[in-house]
Design a protein around this ligand. Structure first.
Ligand code: SF4
Ligand code: SF4
Length: 699
C-alpha cells in the first residue's frame, strides 16, 4: 500500500498538469457567474433616471481616498470602525497573497516578481492577515455578545456566513504559509512571518510528504474559498463589499442640505409622459439604485434617526433594504418585459414597499447620511417619494394640506397677510427696501421670525445688534416671500420653484449681493439651492456675522451673563452646512457665561423635530422629538438652551413647557444682546443706510 508521502508525490506530479487545467475551469466558472451577475446589476442601475455625478473629479478622488481607503466614516465609532478597517485594509494586502496562490498552481514556489521574496512583503502579509482575523473576531463579538440594537431588521445569518468565509480564507492562508515554512520554502524568512511560523508548528510531528499534501490541500481550499466568495457576494444581500467603493466615488459633492432640482416639464406632465418623484422603483436615479446595492445593513443610520429613536415606523436602513428587495424582485421582470417590448406594471413604492407614515416621519436632519459609511443619500430617496405622493397622487397628511394652501394663498406657512410681515420691526428704525438698491446687507428675516411671537424676538435682537455694530442693512418687508423650503421638503417641488423664482427676481432687482439670515433653513435654501435657479448671493448666518463683528471690536460684550447654557446645533446649520464653531465662539466671548455640551452635539446633534416640514405636522406616533431633545438639554443641568434657529427655538420652547422645567430657550443673538447692552430699548444707533427712521421707513 503506498504511503501518504508517495501518494502526495504522485499527486504533485499529476497536479502540475491537472492543477492549471482545474484552476482554469474554476476561474471560467467563477468569472462567468460573477460577470453574469455584474452585468445584470449594471442593467438594473441603467433603469434609473439620469443624474449628474461625473463632475467634480478631484473631490471624488478625495472621497475615495478618505472614506474608502482611510475608512473615515467608519472610524467615527471606534470599535466597529477598527473592526471594519482591519478587515478592509487586510483584504487589500491579501490581494498579493491571492496572486501568489494562483501563481503557485502554475509554478511551484512562485513569488511575485521583484517584491515576492522581500522581508517587508512577508511581514506585511502576515500582520494584515492577522488583522483580518482580529477584525472578524471583533465582528463576532459585536454581533453575538454586544448585540447592538442597530442590527434589528438586518440579515444576520447571511452576514455570519460572510464572516465565516473570510475566516476560512485567512485560516487556509495561514495553514498554507505554515506548511511552506515547515517545508523550508517560504518566500520570506520565518523570523519575518511570525504568525505563519506559529502555524508551522502544527506540522512538526509530520513528515515532508504529509506536509506537502497539506500544503496542496490548503492551497486549493484557499483558492476555492476565494472564488466562492467572488461568486457568492454579488448574488447575496452583501454585495456592498464590491459596490460601496463605487457608490462613494459617485457621492454628492455639493452641500448636504441641497436637494436635487426636479426638471418640471408641464407638457410632458400633462400628457402623463413623466412621473413627478419616485412612484415606482425605476423612478429612482441611477445613483439611488447604486445606494440600494451599497447598504451594509450596519444600522448606523437607524441608530441615530430621531424618528426611529422616538418610536416611529421610519428606519432609514429598512427603507433602503426594502427598496433593494423591490429592485431585485422587479428588476429581472422589467428587463424581460423590455426585451419583449412590453410594458411592465410596477408595484407602487408607497405604501407597498415603504409605508406612507415612514415617508412623512423624516425630519430631513441628515443624521443618517452623516453616519452612513458608504455615503447613501437617504433624504433624496425620501423626498423623491414625497414628491410623488404630493404632486403625483395628492396624498399627504391633513396638516400638510393646510401648509401648502397657506403657502399658495399667503406666501408663508402661517397664512398671515404679507402686509404684516415687517410688523416685528415697528419702532426699531429698520429700513424696508421697497425699491432702489440694497445696502451692504439684505437681512432676510424668514417667516418664523416674522410671524411667530417667540421668534420675532430673534429678528428684533438681530436688527438691534446690526444697528449697534453700524452694519448697513435693510429688509424686504412684504416683498420677502417664504423661501419655499417647507414646500420643497414636503414634496411640492413645483410650488418651491415658483416661490424661489419670485424671490430671486426681487433680490436681483434690488441688486442684492450679501444676505444675512438668522434661520438655517433660509441659509441653506438661499445659499445652496437658489444658485440652481440663477440666484447667486453671498449668504451668511447671523452667528457668523456676529463672530466677525465681535472679533473686529464692533460688538463688545461687557455685561456678565452668569448662566450655564447648552448649545443646540440646528441640523440645517451644522450637519447640512458645517457651521459648528461660530455660534460657540460667539458664546465663548460672553463674560460670565458658562457652556456645556449635550451628550449628542456637533455632527451627532439630535434634531429638534422641525425639519423636513415636520414643524407643521402632528407627531401621532411615539415620543415627541422636541421633548426628547429638550430632556437631553435639561439633563446637562443647564439653565438655558442656546439656539441659532427660530424653528429650534419654537420646538425646544414647546419641549421645555412639556418637560415642566425652568430651562429658558434663547437665540445666540439674544444672549449677545444681554451682554452688549443693545437690548430692548437700548438700540437707537443705526448705521449707513439703515439710519434715521424711527419706524419702518421705505427706502
Ligand atoms: S434624515 Fe433624519 S429623520 Fe430622516 S431618515 Fe435620516 S436620520 Fe431619520
Ligand atoms: S444605509 Fe448606510 S448606515 Fe444605514 S444600514 Fe445601510 S450602510 Fe448602514
Amino acid at each position: 500500500m503506498p504511503s501518504l508521502a508517495a501518494t502526495a508525490a504522485l499527486a504533485l506530479t499529476g497536479s502540475q498538469v491537472i492543477g492549471p487545467l482545474f484552476l482554469g475551469l474554476l476561474l471560467l466558472m467563477a468569472f462567468g457567474a460573477f460577470s453574469r451577475r455584474a452585468d445584470q446589476l449594471r442593467r438594473f442601475v441603467m433603469l434609473g433616471k439620469p443624474v449628474q455625478r461625473f463632475d467634480d473629479i478631484p473631490k471624488r478622488i478625495e472621497l475615495e481616498t478618505t472614506v474608502v481607503l482611510g475608512q473615515r466614516k467608519l472610524l467615527q465609532r471606534f470599535l466597529p470602525g477598527i473592526m471594519h478597517a482591519f478587515i478592509f485594509w487586510g483584504f487589500l494586502v491579501l490581494l498579493t497573497t491571492i496572486v501568489e496562490a494562483f501563481g503557485e498552481v502554475f509554478r511551484d514556489r512562485f513569488a511575485i516578481p521583484l517584491i515576492g521574496h522581500s522581508v517587508a512583503l512577508g511581514l506585511i502579509q502576515d500582520v494584515f492577515a492577522a488583522l483580518v482575523f482580529v477584525g472578524v473576531e471583533l465582528a463576532v463579538f459585536i454581533r453575538k455578545a454586544q448585540k447592538p440594537e442597530r442590527f434589528k431588521g438586518s440579515h444576520m445569518a447571511e452576514a455570519d456566513f460572510v464572516l465565516l468565509m473570510i475566516m476560512g480564507i485567512v485560516l487556509s492562508l495561514f495553514l498554507l504559509r505554515g506548511a511552506k515554512i515547515a517545508l523550508g520554502h517560504s518566500p520570506a524568512p520565518k523570523e519575518w512571518t511570525p504568525i505563519s511560523w506559529l502555524f508551522s508548528l502544527i506540522y512538526h510531528p509530520m513528515g515532508a510528504g504529509t506536509i506537502r499534501a497539506f500544503e496542496h490541500l490548503f492551497l486549493w481550499t484557499h483558492i476555492v474559498l476565494i472564488l466562492a466568495f467572488l461568486v457568492y457576494i454579488p448574488y447575496s444581500k452583501h454585495l456592498h463589499i464590491f459596490v460601496s467603493e463605487i457608490n462613494v466615488f459617485f457621492a454628492n459633492t455639493k452641500a448636504r442640505g441641497r436637494l436635487r432640482p426636479l426638471h418640471i416639464d408641464m407638457e410632458k406632465i400633462e400628457s402623463g409622459d413623466v412621473s413627478l418623484g419616485a412612484a415606482t422603483i425605476t423612478d429612482l436615479t441611477w445613483k439611488e439604485m447604486l445606494d440600494l446595492y451599497s447598504c451594509t445593513e450596519c444600522g448606523r443610520c437607524q441608530n441615530v434617526c430621531p424618528a426611529w429613536n422616538t418610536g416611529k415606523p421610519l428606519s432609514p436602513k429598512l427603507i433602503i433594504m426594502n427598496m433593494r428587495d423591490q429592485l431585485f424582485d422587479e428588476g429581472p421582470k422589467i428587463l424581460a418585459a423590455k426585451k419583449r417590448s412590453e410594458e411592465f406594471e410596477s408595484t407602487p413604492l408607497n405604501p407597498t414597499v415603504v409605508e406612507d407614515e415612514a415617508v412623512w416621519d423624516c425630519v430631513t436632519c441628515g443624521a443618517c447620511m452623516q453616519e452612513c459609511p458608504v455615503d447613501i443619500e437617504h433624504i433624496d430617496h425620501i423626498v423623491d417619494m414625497r414628491r410623488n405622493l404630493v404632486m403625483g397622487e395628492s396624498r399627504f397628511p391633513q396638516e400638510a394640506g393646510l401648509l401648502l394652501r397657506n403657502l399658495e394663498s399667503a406666501q408663508n406657512p402661517w397664512g398671515v397677510s404679507q402686509s404684516e410681515r415687517a410688523d416685528w420691526a415697528k419702532g426699531l428704525g429698520v429700513r424696508v427696501l421697497e425699491d432702489g438698491r440694497a445696502p451692504e446687507y439684505l437681512y432676510w428675516v424668514g417667516c418664523a421670525s416674522s410671524f411667530d411671537d417667540r421668534a420675532k424676538k430673534i429678528a428684533q435682537g438681530v436688527a438691534r445688534l446690526l444697528q449697534k455694530a453700524a452694519v448697513p442693512f435693510a429688509i424686504l418687508g412684504p416683498r420677502e416671500l417664504c423661501n419655499g423650503d417647507p414646500a420643497r421638503r414636503m414634496g411640492n417641488e413645483y410650488l418651491y420653484q415658483e416661490m424661489a423664482r419670485q424671490n430671486i427676481e426681487t433680490l436681483d432687482a434690488a441688486g442684492v449681493k450679501k444676505i444675512v439670515v438668522n434661520c438655517p433653513h433660509c441659509f441653506n435654501t438661499l445659499r445652496n439651492e437658489y444658485p440652481d435657479f440663477g440666484g447667486d448671493y453671498e449668504v451668511i448666518h447671523h452667528t457668523q456675522l456676529f463672530e466677525t463683528l465681535m472679533a473686529g471690536g464692533r460688538l463688545r460684550p461687557s455685561a456678565e451673563v452668569n448662566e450655564l447654557l447648552t448649545y443646540h446645533d440646528p441640523c440645517y446649520l451644522g450637519r447640512h452646512n458645517g457651521v459648528y464653531d461660530e455660534p460657540r465662539h460667539v458664546l465663548d466671548r460672553i463674560p460670565g457665561l458658562k457652556t456645556t455640551e449635550m451628550p449628542r452635539h456637533h455632527e451627532r446633534a439630535f434634531c429638534c423635530g422641525a425639519g423636513g416640514s415636520r414643524m407643521w405636522m402632528e407627531e401621532r406616533i411615539g415620543k415627541r422629538i422636541n421633548l426628547e431633545r429638550t430632556e437631553e438639554a435639561i439633563s446637562t443641568g443647564a439653565q438655558a438652551i442656546g439656539v441659532a434657529c427660530p424653528y429650534c427655538m419654537i420646538m425646544l420652547d414647546d419641549g421645555a413647557k412639556q418637560a415642566g422645567g425652568q430651562v429658558r430657550v434663547l437665540d445666540v443673538a439674544q444672549v449677545i444682546e444681554q451682554s452688549v447692552g443693545a437690548g430692548e430699548g437700548a438700540a437707537a444707533t443705526t448705521g449707513g443706510e439703515a439710519s434715521g427712521a424711527a419706524s419702518m421707513a421705505p427706502a
